[in-house]
Design a protein around this ligand. Structure first.
Ligand SMILES: NC(=O)c1ccc[n+]([C@@H]2O[C@H](COP(=O)([O-])OP(=O)(O)OC[C@H]3O[C@@H](n4cnc5c(N)ncnc54)[C@H](O)[C@@H]3O)[C@@H](O)[C@H]2O)c1
Length: 378
């Protein structure tokens, strides 16, 4: 078991005191804070003047440590920020490396990836289930009363009643990750019942945007397009999913941190629309200015054929209203991927369209793409 708590206090208490005028600052513990979604949440909280402690093991199985360090690069200057490098499987490291006193815990750390979960099923159970239990035990001993658990819409699995609703209890997962998320939700119910910890499970759907995990479909499609390779689409391309922009997902997570009604809730956080993979590729073509060559891979293992969450509960309980269109979100993603700002990318495409130049972006406008290219999974 990896046990390497390396506390490091980045950031500056004085800056945070100035922000608050010396008043009590709310303090959040964010697990997986160096990851794709977690680092965006950390940014949001620091911008709002929260104290933030992030826990992350910098697990290299999905993508490299340097990428995660880059995700957190801006945090050091932005207020009260503390990073603890620890593995959630190590209960003793959590208890000794963290000091409690948090107003809320947001739990995003997890192992992800369909093929990796088949290769290491035990590790996925240890991290996603035992790790969640270790954190709930910490919440209990510290007396933390608000726990937000980032779950997944994949728990609905083969349930045919789309869009999926939270009160539809027919959960038919078809991946190990989905089954660990179900276990995490169940553990949360136990702890909320026994120890009066408010537990909000958020079922997220495929999230995309800047800092995206390189093993996700949108990243894989974009990288193939930029490198002139065919975009490989599983099956006949009829699969549809609920692609959610990371800024919208963070809005929902942030609202769940303030949720104060029932002691246990399960809430879908999606885009509210079902999008076909070909539409995703078209949006990427617009954002990257590159035409895609699509190849259908019939033999390849596919994800869920259809995935879409009903978000009316999130709208009602959290005031959640995803605002980012697929095209806007893809511009943000493409800007990050290519290193060009979204606005200048848009202006460039408009200029190209006006001049009717063929072939999209000139080669010089494309920054080098990050070189990690595992097989996309969706
Ligand atoms: N990205 C999506 O499309 C999506 C969709 C649904 C649900 N989710 C959930 O959202 C959460 C965040 O996903 P993400 O896409 O940002 O993934 P990510 O891999 O970028 O972030 C997860 C972070 O957790 C850390 N981590 C992994 N194992 C750990 C351990 N044992 N101890 C401590 N830290 C550990 C990793 O180092 C990583 O930084 C996950 O729980 C994931 O299941 C994501």
């Amino acid at each position: 078991m990896l046990t390497e708590p390396v506390p490091a206090l980045f950031g500056c208490r004085r800056a945070a005191d100035r922000l608050s005028g010396g008043a009590h600052l709310s303090h959040a513990l964010v697990t997986g804070g160096a990851g794709f979604i977690g680092s965006h949440l950390v940014d949001r909280l620091l911008a709002e003047g929260w104290k933030v402690t992030a826990v992350d093991s910098f697990d290299p199985s999905c993508y490299p440590r340097e990428t995660k360090e880059a995700n957190l690069a801006g945090c050091r200057a932005r207020g009260w920020f503390r990073l603890i490098e620890a593995d959630l499987r190590d209960a003793a490291a959590l208890q000794s490396g963290l000091d409690g006193g948090y107003d809320v815990i947001v739990h995003l750390a997890a192992r992800e990836g369909f093929s990796r979960s088949l290769a290491e099923p035990g590790v996925f159970q240890e991290v996603n289930v035992c790790g969640t239990q270790n954190l709930l035990e910490c919440a209990r001993t510290w007396g933390v009363k608000q726990f937000v658990f980032v779950s997944s819409g994949s728990v609905y699995g083969l349930n045919p009643r789309l869009p999926w609703r939270e009160d539809d209890t027919e959960l038919r997962p078809v991946s190990l990750v989905a089954s660990t998320k179900m276990s995490g939700e169940a553990l949360g119910h136990v702890y909320s019942h026994l120890y009066n910890i408010r537990f909000v499970a958020l079922r997220l759907f495929p999230v995309y945007g800047p800092r995206q995990r390189p093993d996700q479909a949108v990243y894989g499609f974009a990288q193939a397009m930029l490198e002139g390779r065919p975009v490989e689409i599983c099956g006949d391309g009829a699969a549809r999913s609920d692609f959610t922009f990371v800024g919208d997902a963070v809005d929902g997570i942030r609202a769940a941190m303030d949720y104060r009604d029932l002691s246990h809730e399960v809430i879908n956080l999606g885009s509210g629309r079902s999008t076909g993979l070909c539409e995703v590729v078209q949006a990427l073509e617009g954002a990257l200015g590159v035409a895609a060559r699509i190849e259908s891979k019939r033999g390849r293992a596919c994800g869920l054929p259809q995935a879409c969450g009903d978000i009316r509960k999130a709208q009602r309980l959290l005031g959640y209203h995803p605002r980012t269109t697929l095209q806007e979100g893809m511009y943000e993603f493409a800007a990050w991927l290519t290193g060009v700002s979204a606005r200048s990318l848009l202006a460039l495409h408009e200029a190209l369209a006006q001049a009717a130049l063929p072939g999209g972006l000139p080669a010089g406008a494309r920054a080098p793409v990050r070189s990690v290219a595992p097989t996309p999974e969706y």
